[in-house]
Design a protein around this ligand. Structure first.
Ligand SMILES: Cc1ncc(COP(=O)(O)O)c(C=O)c1O
Length: 369
Protein backbone atom coordinates (compact mmCIF):
# COMPACT_ATOMS: atom_id res chain seq x y z
CA UNK A 1 0.00 0.00 0.00
CA UNK A 2 1.29 3.50 -0.88
CA UNK A 3 2.44 5.53 2.14
CA UNK A 4 1.22 9.07 2.87
CA UNK A 5 -2.07 8.60 1.08
CA UNK A 6 -4.29 11.65 0.74
CA UNK A 7 -7.71 12.07 -0.79
CA UNK A 8 -8.31 12.59 -4.46
CA UNK A 9 -10.32 15.66 -3.49
CA UNK A 10 -7.29 17.23 -1.86
CA UNK A 11 -4.79 16.15 -4.47
CA UNK A 12 -7.17 17.52 -7.10
CA UNK A 13 -6.63 21.12 -6.04
CA UNK A 14 -3.51 23.29 -6.22
CA UNK A 15 -1.88 25.68 -3.75
CA UNK A 16 -3.01 29.17 -4.79
CA UNK A 17 -0.91 30.49 -7.69
CA UNK A 18 -1.09 33.96 -6.15
CA UNK A 19 0.79 32.82 -3.04
CA UNK A 20 3.47 31.16 -5.19
CA UNK A 21 4.04 34.40 -7.13
CA UNK A 22 4.21 36.41 -3.95
CA UNK A 23 6.79 34.10 -2.43
CA UNK A 24 8.92 34.23 -5.60
CA UNK A 25 9.04 38.06 -5.63
CA UNK A 26 12.42 39.75 -4.89
CA UNK A 27 12.94 42.54 -2.32
CA UNK A 28 13.02 45.22 -5.06
CA UNK A 29 9.63 44.06 -6.39
CA UNK A 30 6.52 46.17 -6.41
CA UNK A 31 3.83 43.85 -5.16
CA UNK A 32 0.44 44.46 -6.73
CA UNK A 33 -0.40 40.78 -6.40
CA UNK A 34 -2.26 40.41 -3.13
CA UNK A 35 -5.92 41.22 -2.47
CA UNK A 36 -5.17 42.83 0.85
CA UNK A 37 -5.91 46.42 1.90
CA UNK A 38 -2.70 48.32 2.66
CA UNK A 39 -4.51 50.52 5.20
CA UNK A 40 -4.10 49.91 8.89
CA UNK A 41 -7.15 48.74 10.85
CA UNK A 42 -8.87 51.89 12.23
CA UNK A 43 -7.82 52.83 15.76
CA UNK A 44 -11.23 52.50 17.49
CA UNK A 45 -11.43 48.89 16.24
CA UNK A 46 -7.97 48.07 17.58
CA UNK A 47 -8.84 49.67 20.91
CA UNK A 48 -11.94 47.48 21.23
CA UNK A 49 -9.77 44.39 20.79
CA UNK A 50 -7.26 45.63 23.37
CA UNK A 51 -10.11 46.26 25.81
CA UNK A 52 -11.47 42.74 25.17
CA UNK A 53 -8.08 41.24 26.03
CA UNK A 54 -7.78 43.39 29.18
CA UNK A 55 -11.30 42.41 30.26
CA UNK A 56 -10.49 38.73 29.86
CA UNK A 57 -12.88 38.13 26.95
CA UNK A 58 -10.54 35.47 25.68
CA UNK A 59 -12.46 32.20 26.01
CA UNK A 60 -14.63 30.30 23.55
CA UNK A 61 -17.70 32.25 22.51
CA UNK A 62 -21.06 30.78 21.45
CA UNK A 63 -20.46 28.80 18.24
CA UNK A 64 -22.59 31.20 16.24
CA UNK A 65 -20.69 34.24 17.55
CA UNK A 66 -21.26 36.68 20.42
CA UNK A 67 -24.91 37.84 20.53
CA UNK A 68 -23.96 41.56 20.43
CA UNK A 69 -22.06 41.05 17.17
CA UNK A 70 -24.85 39.06 15.55
CA UNK A 71 -27.30 41.82 16.54
CA UNK A 72 -24.95 44.43 15.06
CA UNK A 73 -24.64 42.45 11.82
CA UNK A 74 -28.41 42.04 11.67
CA UNK A 75 -28.76 45.84 12.06
CA UNK A 76 -26.09 46.36 9.38
CA UNK A 77 -28.03 44.16 6.94
CA UNK A 78 -31.19 46.21 7.58
CA UNK A 79 -29.39 49.57 7.34
CA UNK A 80 -27.07 48.98 4.40
CA UNK A 81 -28.58 46.15 2.38
CA UNK A 82 -32.34 46.35 2.98
CA UNK A 83 -32.27 42.74 4.24
CA UNK A 84 -34.15 41.36 7.25
CA UNK A 85 -31.88 38.71 8.77
CA UNK A 86 -32.60 37.90 12.42
CA UNK A 87 -29.50 37.39 14.61
CA UNK A 88 -30.27 33.65 14.78
CA UNK A 89 -29.90 33.43 10.99
CA UNK A 90 -26.29 34.64 11.20
CA UNK A 91 -23.11 32.65 11.89
CA UNK A 92 -19.86 34.51 12.56
CA UNK A 93 -16.96 32.70 10.88
CA UNK A 94 -13.18 32.90 10.44
CA UNK A 95 -13.37 35.25 7.46
CA UNK A 96 -15.57 34.93 4.38
CA UNK A 97 -13.35 31.98 3.44
CA UNK A 98 -14.68 29.82 6.24
CA UNK A 99 -18.25 30.90 5.50
CA UNK A 100 -17.84 29.74 1.88
CA UNK A 101 -16.23 26.49 3.03
CA UNK A 102 -18.97 25.51 5.45
CA UNK A 103 -21.71 26.42 2.97
CA UNK A 104 -20.17 24.07 0.40
CA UNK A 105 -19.93 21.28 2.96
CA UNK A 106 -23.48 21.74 4.15
CA UNK A 107 -25.12 22.05 0.71
CA UNK A 108 -23.07 20.21 -1.91
CA UNK A 109 -23.55 16.50 -2.55
CA UNK A 110 -20.92 14.41 -4.37
CA UNK A 111 -20.87 15.47 -8.02
CA UNK A 112 -23.13 18.52 -7.61
CA UNK A 113 -22.31 21.38 -9.95
CA UNK A 114 -21.23 24.67 -8.38
CA UNK A 115 -21.31 27.68 -10.71
CA UNK A 116 -19.25 30.86 -10.40
CA UNK A 117 -17.97 33.67 -12.60
CA UNK A 118 -14.95 32.78 -14.76
CA UNK A 119 -12.64 34.65 -14.35
CA UNK A 120 -13.50 34.59 -10.66
CA UNK A 121 -12.16 34.43 -7.12
CA UNK A 122 -9.64 31.59 -6.87
CA UNK A 123 -11.23 29.84 -3.87
CA UNK A 124 -14.64 28.99 -5.32
CA UNK A 125 -13.52 26.12 -7.56
CA UNK A 126 -11.21 24.61 -4.95
CA UNK A 127 -13.78 24.83 -2.15
CA UNK A 128 -16.38 23.20 -4.39
CA UNK A 129 -13.93 20.41 -5.28
CA UNK A 130 -13.01 19.83 -1.63
CA UNK A 131 -16.68 19.44 -0.80
CA UNK A 132 -17.01 16.77 -3.51
CA UNK A 133 -18.70 19.10 -5.98
CA UNK A 134 -17.93 19.85 -9.57
CA UNK A 135 -16.90 23.49 -10.27
CA UNK A 136 -18.22 25.09 -13.45
CA UNK A 137 -17.22 28.55 -14.68
CA UNK A 138 -19.87 30.92 -16.07
CA UNK A 139 -18.68 33.04 -19.02
CA UNK A 140 -18.67 36.83 -18.77
CA UNK A 141 -19.25 39.52 -21.39
CA UNK A 142 -16.76 42.15 -22.66
CA UNK A 143 -17.23 44.25 -19.50
CA UNK A 144 -16.83 41.17 -17.29
CA UNK A 145 -20.50 41.16 -16.40
CA UNK A 146 -22.22 37.79 -16.13
CA UNK A 147 -23.66 36.62 -19.41
CA UNK A 148 -27.13 36.01 -17.98
CA UNK A 149 -28.37 33.84 -20.84
CA UNK A 150 -25.28 31.62 -20.66
CA UNK A 151 -25.68 31.45 -16.89
CA UNK A 152 -29.29 30.31 -17.24
CA UNK A 153 -28.27 27.52 -19.60
CA UNK A 154 -25.78 26.22 -17.05
CA UNK A 155 -28.21 26.43 -14.17
CA UNK A 156 -30.47 23.44 -14.75
CA UNK A 157 -29.47 20.68 -12.35
CA UNK A 158 -26.78 22.79 -10.63
CA UNK A 159 -26.72 23.13 -6.83
CA UNK A 160 -25.12 26.53 -6.12
CA UNK A 161 -24.51 29.74 -8.03
CA UNK A 162 -21.81 31.79 -6.31
CA UNK A 163 -22.44 35.41 -7.26
CA UNK A 164 -19.64 37.87 -6.55
CA UNK A 165 -20.30 41.59 -7.00
CA UNK A 166 -18.21 43.72 -6.89
CA UNK A 167 -16.04 40.99 -8.33
CA UNK A 168 -12.54 39.72 -7.79
CA UNK A 169 -10.48 39.76 -10.06
CA UNK A 170 -12.35 41.94 -12.56
CA UNK A 171 -13.67 44.81 -10.43
CA UNK A 172 -17.01 44.42 -12.25
CA UNK A 173 -20.20 45.48 -10.48
CA UNK A 174 -23.22 43.50 -11.67
CA UNK A 175 -26.22 45.59 -12.73
CA UNK A 176 -29.30 45.18 -10.52
CA UNK A 177 -31.35 43.75 -13.41
CA UNK A 178 -28.86 40.92 -13.93
CA UNK A 179 -28.75 40.10 -10.24
CA UNK A 180 -32.53 39.95 -10.10
CA UNK A 181 -32.72 37.79 -13.24
CA UNK A 182 -30.06 35.38 -11.96
CA UNK A 183 -31.61 34.99 -8.50
CA UNK A 184 -35.14 34.53 -9.83
CA UNK A 185 -34.07 32.01 -12.44
CA UNK A 186 -31.79 30.14 -10.02
CA UNK A 187 -34.38 29.89 -7.29
CA UNK A 188 -37.02 28.65 -9.76
CA UNK A 189 -34.55 26.01 -10.91
CA UNK A 190 -33.75 24.93 -7.32
CA UNK A 191 -30.29 26.52 -7.34
CA UNK A 192 -29.14 28.28 -4.18
CA UNK A 193 -27.45 31.62 -4.76
CA UNK A 194 -24.47 32.30 -2.50
CA UNK A 195 -23.83 36.03 -2.70
CA UNK A 196 -20.27 37.00 -1.82
CA UNK A 197 -20.42 40.72 -1.03
CA UNK A 198 -17.02 41.32 0.60
CA UNK A 199 -16.26 44.33 -1.67
CA UNK A 200 -19.70 45.95 -1.33
CA UNK A 201 -18.32 49.25 -0.02
CA UNK A 202 -15.69 49.71 -2.69
CA UNK A 203 -17.76 50.91 -5.62
CA UNK A 204 -17.06 54.04 -7.65
CA UNK A 205 -20.17 55.43 -9.30
CA UNK A 206 -22.31 52.30 -9.63
CA UNK A 207 -24.34 50.95 -6.71
CA UNK A 208 -24.34 47.68 -4.78
CA UNK A 209 -27.31 45.31 -4.89
CA UNK A 210 -27.70 42.42 -2.47
CA UNK A 211 -28.94 39.26 -4.17
CA UNK A 212 -31.08 38.23 -1.19
CA UNK A 213 -33.51 41.07 -2.01
CA UNK A 214 -34.77 39.00 -4.95
CA UNK A 215 -35.25 35.48 -3.61
CA UNK A 216 -35.61 33.25 -0.57
CA UNK A 217 -33.02 30.63 -1.51
CA UNK A 218 -30.01 32.90 -1.07
CA UNK A 219 -27.15 32.86 1.44
CA UNK A 220 -25.26 36.13 1.91
CA UNK A 221 -21.55 36.03 2.73
CA UNK A 222 -19.59 39.02 3.96
CA UNK A 223 -16.63 39.91 6.17
CA UNK A 224 -14.89 42.74 7.97
CA UNK A 225 -11.71 41.82 6.07
CA UNK A 226 -11.85 44.26 3.17
CA UNK A 227 -14.37 46.83 4.43
CA UNK A 228 -12.43 47.70 7.59
CA UNK A 229 -8.90 46.63 6.52
CA UNK A 230 -9.08 43.64 8.86
CA UNK A 231 -7.87 40.69 6.76
CA UNK A 232 -5.71 39.25 9.54
CA UNK A 233 -8.43 39.44 12.19
CA UNK A 234 -10.34 36.67 10.41
CA UNK A 235 -13.95 37.73 10.85
CA UNK A 236 -16.62 36.95 8.30
CA UNK A 237 -20.17 35.72 8.43
CA UNK A 238 -22.98 34.08 6.55
CA UNK A 239 -26.70 34.76 6.76
CA UNK A 240 -29.53 32.78 5.25
CA UNK A 241 -32.63 30.66 5.79
CA UNK A 242 -32.50 28.91 9.17
CA UNK A 243 -32.74 25.51 7.42
CA UNK A 244 -29.30 26.23 5.97
CA UNK A 245 -27.67 27.98 8.91
CA UNK A 246 -28.64 25.10 11.24
CA UNK A 247 -26.69 22.69 9.02
CA UNK A 248 -23.80 25.10 8.39
CA UNK A 249 -23.47 25.52 12.15
CA UNK A 250 -22.62 21.83 12.54
CA UNK A 251 -19.71 22.10 10.10
CA UNK A 252 -18.54 25.34 11.73
CA UNK A 253 -18.80 23.84 15.20
CA UNK A 254 -16.59 20.89 14.40
CA UNK A 255 -13.98 22.65 12.29
CA UNK A 256 -13.75 26.01 14.03
CA UNK A 257 -15.78 26.01 17.29
CA UNK A 258 -16.04 29.79 17.10
CA UNK A 259 -14.39 32.78 15.47
CA UNK A 260 -11.63 34.42 17.57
CA UNK A 261 -13.24 36.07 20.61
CA UNK A 262 -11.01 39.15 20.54
CA UNK A 263 -11.64 39.74 16.85
CA UNK A 264 -15.37 39.47 17.42
CA UNK A 265 -15.24 42.41 19.84
CA UNK A 266 -13.19 44.33 17.29
CA UNK A 267 -15.80 43.56 14.62
CA UNK A 268 -18.54 44.76 16.98
CA UNK A 269 -16.74 48.12 17.23
CA UNK A 270 -16.41 48.17 13.43
CA UNK A 271 -20.15 47.74 12.82
CA UNK A 272 -21.39 49.96 15.64
CA UNK A 273 -18.75 52.71 15.34
CA UNK A 274 -18.37 55.66 12.99
CA UNK A 275 -18.33 54.54 9.33
CA UNK A 276 -16.22 57.51 8.17
CA UNK A 277 -13.14 55.26 7.93
CA UNK A 278 -14.82 53.19 5.20
CA UNK A 279 -15.63 56.29 3.15
CA UNK A 280 -12.04 57.53 3.52
CA UNK A 281 -10.69 54.23 2.18
CA UNK A 282 -13.22 54.21 -0.64
CA UNK A 283 -12.23 57.72 -1.75
CA UNK A 284 -8.54 56.79 -1.74
CA UNK A 285 -9.14 53.55 -3.66
CA UNK A 286 -11.03 55.51 -6.29
CA UNK A 287 -8.12 57.95 -6.74
CA UNK A 288 -5.75 54.97 -7.07
CA UNK A 289 -7.96 53.21 -9.56
CA UNK A 290 -8.09 56.38 -11.67
CA UNK A 291 -4.29 56.77 -11.53
CA UNK A 292 -3.57 53.16 -12.48
CA UNK A 293 -6.27 53.06 -15.13
CA UNK A 294 -5.10 56.22 -16.87
CA UNK A 295 -1.47 55.12 -16.50
CA UNK A 296 -2.15 51.82 -18.27
CA UNK A 297 -4.29 53.52 -20.89
CA UNK A 298 -1.45 55.97 -21.49
CA UNK A 299 0.74 52.96 -22.32
CA UNK A 300 -1.81 51.87 -24.92
CA UNK A 301 -3.50 49.14 -22.83
CA UNK A 302 -7.18 49.64 -23.49
CA UNK A 303 -10.08 48.16 -21.50
CA UNK A 304 -13.31 49.23 -19.77
CA UNK A 305 -13.04 51.16 -16.50
CA UNK A 306 -13.69 48.75 -13.60
CA UNK A 307 -16.36 50.04 -11.20
CA UNK A 308 -15.52 48.30 -7.93
CA UNK A 309 -13.33 46.27 -5.58
CA UNK A 310 -9.64 47.26 -5.66
CA UNK A 311 -8.57 45.43 -8.79
CA UNK A 312 -7.87 46.23 -12.39
CA UNK A 313 -8.03 43.28 -14.77
CA UNK A 314 -6.26 44.38 -17.89
CA UNK A 315 -5.45 42.73 -21.18
CA UNK A 316 -1.85 41.47 -21.18
CA UNK A 317 -0.14 39.08 -23.55
CA UNK A 318 1.87 36.28 -21.90
CA UNK A 319 5.06 37.79 -23.42
CA UNK A 320 4.39 41.23 -21.90
CA UNK A 321 3.38 39.67 -18.58
CA UNK A 322 6.72 37.89 -18.45
CA UNK A 323 8.58 41.16 -19.02
CA UNK A 324 6.48 42.97 -16.41
CA UNK A 325 7.21 40.26 -13.84
CA UNK A 326 10.92 40.34 -14.75
CA UNK A 327 10.84 44.13 -14.22
CA UNK A 328 9.74 43.42 -10.66
CA UNK A 329 6.05 44.31 -10.88
CA UNK A 330 4.13 41.46 -9.29
CA UNK A 331 0.71 41.04 -10.87
CA UNK A 332 -1.33 37.88 -11.23
CA UNK A 333 -1.88 36.12 -14.58
CA UNK A 334 -5.49 35.68 -15.68
CA UNK A 335 -4.96 31.91 -15.73
CA UNK A 336 -4.98 31.97 -11.89
CA UNK A 337 -8.67 32.92 -12.01
CA UNK A 338 -10.10 30.29 -14.35
CA UNK A 339 -10.02 29.28 -17.98
CA UNK A 340 -11.55 32.25 -19.74
CA UNK A 341 -8.93 35.00 -19.45
CA UNK A 342 -5.43 33.74 -20.30
CA UNK A 343 -4.48 37.06 -21.91
CA UNK A 344 -5.23 39.22 -18.88
CA UNK A 345 -3.58 40.05 -15.59
CA UNK A 346 -4.88 41.34 -12.26
CA UNK A 347 -3.44 44.43 -10.60
CA UNK A 348 -4.38 45.08 -7.00
CA UNK A 349 -4.39 48.82 -6.34
CA UNK A 350 -4.30 48.38 -2.58
CA UNK A 351 -0.97 50.21 -2.70
CA UNK A 352 0.00 53.88 -2.43
CA UNK A 353 -0.34 56.18 -5.45
CA UNK A 354 3.43 56.61 -5.47
CA UNK A 355 3.94 52.83 -5.72
CA UNK A 356 1.28 52.57 -8.43
CA UNK A 357 3.03 55.29 -10.45
CA UNK A 358 6.34 53.45 -10.10
CA UNK A 359 4.65 50.28 -11.36
CA UNK A 360 3.26 52.12 -14.40
CA UNK A 361 6.73 53.56 -15.11
CA UNK A 362 8.37 50.14 -14.91
CA UNK A 363 5.73 48.62 -17.20
CA UNK A 364 6.26 51.54 -19.62
CA UNK A 365 9.98 50.69 -19.74
CA UNK A 366 9.28 47.12 -20.93
CA UNK A 367 6.34 47.80 -23.28
CA UNK A 368 8.35 48.00 -26.50
CA UNK A 369 10.86 45.15 -26.18
C1 LIG B 1 -14.34 37.66 -3.50
C2 LIG B 1 -13.70 37.26 -2.23
N1 LIG B 1 -14.40 36.54 -1.36
C3 LIG B 1 -13.86 36.14 -0.19
C4 LIG B 1 -12.56 36.44 0.14
C5 LIG B 1 -11.98 35.93 1.42
O1 LIG B 1 -12.16 36.88 2.43
P1 LIG B 1 -11.65 36.60 3.91
O2 LIG B 1 -10.30 37.18 4.04
O3 LIG B 1 -12.67 37.33 4.77
O4 LIG B 1 -11.66 35.14 4.16
C6 LIG B 1 -11.78 37.18 -0.76
C7 LIG B 1 -10.37 37.50 -0.46
O5 LIG B 1 -9.58 37.88 -1.28
C8 LIG B 1 -12.37 37.60 -1.97
O6 LIG B 1 -11.67 38.31 -2.87
Amino acid sequence: MEPYRCTKRCRGIEISGIRKLFEAAGPWSINLGLGQPDFDTPEHIKQAAIAAIREGKTGYTPNTGIPELREAISAKFARENGLAYAPDQIIVTAGASEALHIIMHALVEEGDRVLFQDPGFVSYASLATLAGGCPVGVPLDGKFHINVEAAKELMDGARIFVLNSPANPTGAVEPEDSIRAIVEYANDAGVTVVSDEVYEHFIYGAHHTSAARFGEDVITVNATSKTYAMTGWRIGYLAGPKEYTDQCLKVHQYCQACATSISQYAALAAYTGNQGCVEEMRTEYQARRDLLYSGLKGLGIDFPLPEGAFYIFSPMSPALLERVLAAGVVIVPGTAFGCNAPDYARFSYAASRQVLQQAVDRIGSVMEE
